[in-house]
Design a protein around this ligand. Sequence first.
Ligand SMILES: [Ca+2]
Ligand SMILES: [Ca+2]
Ligand SMILES: [Ca+2]
Length: 313
Amino acid sequence: MSQREDAVGTYEKWDFAEGTELEKEEQRKPKGALSLERAVVLLYVLLALTFVLFMALTIVNLQRVSAAWEVLEQARIRSENSHTTAWHNLSEVQRALDKQLSGELKVIHSRLLNVSQEVENVRWKMTQCKEECGKELSDRLRVLEERDGLEAVLRQLAEVKQEQSHASALLDVALEETRNLSEIICTRCPAGWQQFAKTCYFFSSTTKPWLAAKDFCTNFNSHLAIVNTEQENKFLANHIMDHRVFWLGLTDMHTEGNWKWVDGSILSLSFWNSGEPNNVGHQGEDCATIYSSGHWNDATCSNAEPWVCERSC
Ligand SMILES: [Ca+2]
Ligand SMILES: [Ca+2]
Ligand SMILES: [Ca+2]
């Protein structure tokens, strides 16, 4: 505004100085020429005023644009400051969250380790328990079973004892019946065999050496006679005619003087004749014979003599 006032003032001074000259020039010129000059001057004045006005408006607008630019700059700075502050705050929050999460993760990890340790302990206890507890349970179950089943076992034991006693009685009866039956059957010795005390005897009518006679008896499911009792010896003697002898199942052919029966039993009861056994002759005498008197004599085994076979009923 001050510049415009200066321009107006200058214009007024110029107008006052020039006014005198224009009046003098108008007095010297005709009236038409004076009107044109005034119009031109007026035009110049208008142009000058327009220019001044344009400049003033331009300055005013520049001041406004400058002020607006300054406001925008301040806004930009504030925005940057705000952005920086927000970023800083965000970073702080992030660090705080990280720190908090890290702490919580450590706590969770620690708890997981504890849980893992507990699981491992439980697994170890289960492994131990699989053997010890299994044995303990098995023992307890066995004790319970034994305790529960003890009475039943005792009852069964009593019943078994009773049945055993009954079976024993039945067995005695059966044995007695078997003995009676055996005596009955024993009366049925094969044809040509003689029976004595549940035993059958075969007195040969031909003669054979001792070994041949032994084989004969074996072929008939029997053996040469073995004298077990005096009665048996007497029975044999009673079936021998005078002046005859029969082979018995007695020999010392394996070891001289060591007489054994054909079933391998040693000689415990003997009826040797006086002076026997004498083992005479160059071949010796290793096989026993029985006389009709019931006495025995050792004779040469290769001699041919009759024999006596014996078998059970
Ligand atoms: Ca006998
Ligand atoms: Ca002999
Ligand atoms: Ca002799």
